[in-house]
Design a binder for this molecule. Sequence first.
Ligand code: SF4
Length: 252
Amino acid sequence: MQYNHRMTEQQKLNSAADANSLRSLVAEILLLLDQEWQPSEWNLSKQPVDELVGTILSQNTSDTNTHRAFTSLKSAYPDWQSVIQANTEDVIETIRSGGLANQKAPRIQAVLREVVDEGDSDPNATLLARLERMSPSEAMNWLSSFNGIGPKTAACVLLFGVGQPVVPVDTHVHRVARRIGLIGPRVSAERAHEDLLDIVPDEDSYRFHMHLIHHGRRTCKSRVPSCDTCVLSSVCDYQRFEAATELSAKQS
Ligand code: SF4
């Protein structure tokens, strides 16, 4: 028992040391990426219901289609209560330009029923106050408990609609974080939300999210990353592995 207890304590120390070195790595990455591009100011809408609906509409489609479907929904109905009460077929037609309308319309109506109270004249303010009373983890768990709301959607609502320090993990953030070595090679995007929350400082969550998306789109692309011109090459696990593989191939 004594031995196990010691091991547990040692494991805790190792894990704390790992987390500290990853936090230092995050700081270094942010400084390097600042040289490449400056993200805009943290654009906080304070409209979590709008963010929630917008993020559901953005699932598996482009920003342009999302914007088109969201604008169409907002102009077709005077308020969110009207969307809840509308015929689902009509909502499907209204958001058809956003893609997957047959899934998204009932999903939006179901989520709105959970978060919008009948007779509430300002559901954005009500939901904002509710989420602000929760810790980021509690808010993530609560939002993720609704059908069709995963950690990425929940994190987008909290980051952009409430200003909570969370890191939405989309395909770019997930790929870049794995390649650099901030998360393990087999860590899922869902799990990465928790892991990154632990190592990214609260005040840097928006900057980190925006930087990794930008870097993933421009440099660390899915099929062929541009490691030769990448500002992160000196701190990246993937680049170290590639360089070592190349060297051993030359020597053999
Ligand atoms: S060095 Fe290559 S793999 Fe690493 S972050 Fe840059 S582009 Fe991506």
